[in-house]
Design a protein around this ligand. Structure first.
Ligand code: BJW
Ligand code: ZN
Length: 244
């Protein structure tokens, strides 16, 4: 029964996908799970092991920047050894075959780019960028690990990860380009996100309100599954290649 539902979902999605002129995709931690990147919530999730308020807020960084850098250095070490999975590669292939394609990701791991995706909007920043807390300069920094308490070459202030923590605004230019894609697409795919963190969580519903068909691919149902046109329960690394 469940398998039948997955098959029908894939068939429906394939029909919509290859007719679409502009596709927007929103990805979350689930798309990288099969590469070995831990998700945030649920079984084995980072926020089961660590408290988000201690590690992913501006207050946590002001209180204990060394601890926060240790957390990001641990993730740099892990992610530097990992590779994109068939889900990432399938999205890159779909982008090559569709006239307009926008990939909006909440992930900071850089795996979509590694897989060959090009038009990527990183809502929550990037693990491999650092930002100066003084002069705001953003630089790529691939060092693993980054030395304890890294300082800005230009002004000597403390550097921080160029990511968006809880309570921080998303970059308005980045957010606007995501909303443009959501407003203009005829199909949106929402993949591997629990839909708990705003503003990303509402993007699928906004696309639907704007007239797009919305399809979800997730290991399990989410609070939005019934609102979308198609909901496929399964691993994105297994479902996405079947769309090609
Ligand atoms: C698979 C799979 C497989 C597993 N295949 N699927 C409105 C209402 C209430 C609160 C707010 C609101 N607006 C803003 C807020 C506050 C807050 C928020 O949303 N809080 C909620 C928790 C309630 N939002 C913010 O603070 C945001 N800022 C903002 O909006 O500014 C304006 C503002 C501020 C304050 C008040 C009001 C307005 C910023 C959010 C920044 C999030 N940052 C993090 C850390 C980034 C850096 C880092 O990585 O270190 O981003 S938190 C973390 O969650 C990370 C993720 O990008 C994000 C989303 O997680 P995601 O991707 O959904 O992962 P999971 O683990 O939750 O889910 C994985 C899913 O995959 C599951 O569903 C699995 O089933 C599935 N899965 N394997 C397919 N193989
Ligand atoms: Zn500086």
């Amino acid at each position: 029964m469940a398998e039948r539902k997955i098959e029908t979902g894939i068939k429906d999605l394939k029909e919509k996908l290859w007719r679409a002129k502009h596709i927007a995709v929103l990805t979350g931690a689930g798309i990288s799970a099969e590469s070995g990147v831990p998700t945030f919530r649920g079984e084995g999730g980072l926020w089961k092991q660590f408290r988000a308020v201690d590690l992913a807020t501006p207050e946590a960084f002001s209180r204990d920047p060394k601890l926060v850098w240790e957390f990001y250095n641990w993730r740099r070490e892990l992610i530097s050894t990992l590779s994109p999975n068939p889900g990432h590669f399938a999205l890159a292939e779909i982008e090559r075959r569709i006239p307009r394609f926008t990939l909006i990701t909440q992930n900071i791991d850089g795996l979509h780019k590694k897989a060959g995706s090009r038009n990527i909007i990183e809502l929550h920043g990037n693990l491999w960028l650092v930002r100066c807390t003084g002069c705001e300069t953003v630089r790529e920094d691939m060092r693993v690990p980054i030395p304890e308490l890294p300082m800005c070459e230009s002004c000597g202030s403390l550097l921080r990860p160029h990511v968006v923590w809880f309570g921080e605004m998303l970059d308005p230019l980045v957010l606007n380009s995501a909303y443009e894609a959501i407003a203009g697409c005829d199909l949106m795919m929402v993949i591997g996100t629990s839909g708990t963190v705003q503003p990303a969580a509402s993007m699928g519903v906004q696309a639907k309100r704007n007239g797009a068909a919305v399809a979800e691919i997730n290991l399990e149902p989410t609070p939005y599954s019934d609102l979308y046109n198609i909901s496929i329960c399964g691993k994105s690394g297994e479902i996405l290649p079947q769309l090609l």
